[in-house]
Design a protein around this ligand. Structure first.
Ligand code: FMN
Length: 210
């Protein structure tokens, strides 16, 4: 299966077979998450693999009782460390060492970001960066799962505080999504999408395809 096929075959799966998913496959999915890109290579994502039936039921309750959450044999709780960005100078050094960034990044980019780091809305920026970067890693998992014959569903509708309590997640960690993973027990058709005409403009916002 190529990437394009994985993209077009993917669906949000909300009915799963009871069959267990081998740990080896879950680790393959997380290896794909590990390889995702992130701003300054900060890699803020953290993952908790949940297989325990009782914990899955608790997560289902915390997700306003969405059935597919508890029904899937595995839930990957996808989290972001909002403090990860604080280590960006170290990450930039690594990128310079492997030749991905020029030496001048150290003198220009790092001080400018550090200066920006003093601004009042830094927490908001850290949150946006950590969230956006982790979203990319999650979608790597989701697309790789299609190739492995596994189904997933992004779940963002849950009570953050309850999920944090259940999984003993510390303060500086945000839960970005719960991802139930299992063998699909349904084959839903493609869901509605906007046309390219509605979402793509030429040269300026609002200029549609002629
Ligand atoms: C950030 C995000 C949050 C979502 N949260 C939920 C959720 O809490 N429960 C759920 O059943 N589906 C959730 N979905 C799945 C969407 O409903 C789904 O992607 C959309 O309806 C399109 O369907 P498709 O994924 O099958 O193409 C979420 C998707 C995303 C990307």
């Amino acid at each position: 299966m190529n990437v394009k096929e994985a993209i077009s075959n993917r669906r949000s799966i909300r009915r799963f077979k009871p069959d267990t998913v081998p740990d080896e496959l879950i680790l393959q999915l997380l290896e794909s998450a590990r390889l995702a890109p992130s701003g300054s290579n900060t890699q803020p994502w953290r993952f908790i693999i949940v297989k325990d039936a009782e914990t899955r039921q608790k997560l289902q309750s915390a997700s306003y009782n969405q059935r597919h959450v508890g029904q899937a044999p595995v839930i990957i709780a996808c989290c972001a460390d909002i403090k990860a960005f604080g280590e960006f100078p170290e990450r930039v050094e690594e990128l310079i060492a492997v030749g991905a960034l020029p030496e001048k990044t150290r003198e220009v980019f790092v001080p400018s970001l550090k200066k920006g780091g003093m601004s009042a809305d830094i927490k908001w920026h850290l949150l946006i960066a950590a969230t956006g970067n982790t979203d990319i890693a999650i979608e790597h998992i989701v697309l790789h799962a299609v190739e492995l014959g596994l189904g997933t569903c992004w779940v963002r509708w849950f009570d953050d505080n309850k999920v944090k309590e259940i999984l003993e997640i510390p303060k500086n960690i945000e839960i970005i999504a719960l991802l139930p993973v299992g063998y699909p027990a349904e084959e839903p058709p493609q869901r509605p999408r906007f046309s390219l005409e509605k979402i793509v403009y030429y040269e300026k916002y609002g200029e549609s395809i002629k």
